[in-house]
Design a protein around this ligand. Structure first.
Ligand SMILES: Cc1cc2nc3c(=O)[nH]c(=O)nc-3n(C[C@H](O)[C@H](O)[C@H](O)COP(=O)(O)OP(=O)(O)OC[C@H]3O[C@@H](n4cnc5c(N)ncnc54)[C@H](O)[C@@H]3O)c2cc1C
Length: 292
């Protein structure tokens, strides 16, 4: 990841390696917005080399045992601690079986060198529009848990990400974990991205379908097409209605490509992104519905 800066060195900073969450929170409280959390460091170190951020204090949270939690409980769901890496998620059987959209997003992210260090919490805290973590988390209705010395709060990932590199986090606060609700049996989910010719996704999509007779629940979440991930609400309504599923999928894909506000940038035009939205939606939904 390079933004074309001439720097190869890091700016000066003081490195802290707390052993407990309390110690980390005290450091954050003390240094306020002069401090930055370091998890995998994949994003932060690149940003510091580019001088996009120059914190005077870097607080490395990797040595804090309670942030390493990765646990699934039936009926409650999945908890992913702040220092759990993409590779650890990839090899966790429950994610592979029950949370397919997250599994595919994690597996398709970069290469194993990056995945061995990068954390999912770091991925959403970066809030870069093209990253792959947010769409599946939003599709599952996930929340982040945020702690400071005197408060704990939970925020849906969809609201936590406010815009490009902008998140709902105050000085003194740390994201401790992500909480994903359990998925009912019969629900299906998947993830797909188009990044041919680019390190960055031009469009990525997470879909969640629970087509139970009594209660249909459909979520389509698109990344890389706008400043923050967005749901195609009209397309979701089409998929929740009655009718032949193949016809509904085609109508939903067309609707998604029309209803969303889509950016144009150096990587792809708005028209091309709309075309990708239609094709990716059609392919992913067909795979989910017909995949057995
Ligand atoms: C070459 C390359 C290729 C990449 N390819 C992909 C890809 O294909 N798909 C994809 O999704 N991503 C990709 N990325 C992005 C990468 O996945 C993210 O940079 C990574 O997930 C960030 O996680 P981290 O643990 O390294 O975070 P860090 O770099 O440690 O932190 C990132 C930011 O989040 C903040 N932060 C971290 N943890 C917390 C916390 N617990 N509480 C509060 N703030 C916190 C940090 O202060 C910093 O601002 C790529 C990056 C590179 C360099």
């Amino acid at each position: 990841m390079s933004f074309g800066s001439p720097y190869f060195t890091l700016p000066d900073f003081t490195y802290h390696k707390p052993k407990t969450l309390r110690e980390a929170l005290e450091l954050l409280e003390k240094y306020g917005d002069e401090a930055k959390i370091l998890a995998g460091g994949v994003g932060l170190i690149a940003f510091m080399k580019e001088r996009l951020v120059s914190p005077s204090h870097v607080i490395d949270i990797k040595g804090i045992p309670e942030l390493k939690k990765l646990e699934y409980r039936k009926g409650e769901g999945l908890v992913i601690g702040a220092t759990v890496t993409f590779s650890e998620l990839e090899s966790y059987q429950v994610i592979r079986e029950k949370y397919r959209a997250l599994y595919q997003a994690v597996k398709l992210a970069s290469d194993s060198i990056i995945r061995n260090r990068a954390t999912l919490v770091g991925n959403i805290c970066e809030a870069i529009p093209w990253v792959d973590g947010p769409p599946p988390l939003i599709a599952y209705g996930a929340e982040v848990e945020i702690k400071s010395l005197d408060k704990v709060r939970r925020v849906p990932v969809a609201e936590f990400i406010k815009g490009p590199v902008e998140i709902d986090l105050e000085p003194g606060e740390i994201v401790t974990s992500i909480h994903i609700p359990d998925v009912p049996s019969g629900a299906r989910s998947g993830f797909v991205k188009f990044n041919v010719g680019s390190e960055f996704a031009l469009v990525n999509l997470a879909a969640y379908l629970s087509l139970n007779e009594e209660k249909k629940d459909v979520r389509l979440v698109y990344g890389a097409i706008s400043p923050k991930p967005v749901r195609a609400l009209e397309a979701e309504k089409i998929l929740s209605s009655e009718g032949d599923m193949r016809t509904l999928i085609i109508s939903a894909a067309v609707k998604a490509s029309e209803e969303l506000e889509v950016i144009s940038d150096v990587l792809a035009s708005e028209d091309f992104r709309r075309h990708l939205i239609k094709i990716l939606t059609m392919n992913l939904l067909t795979e989910l519905v017909e995949g057995g």
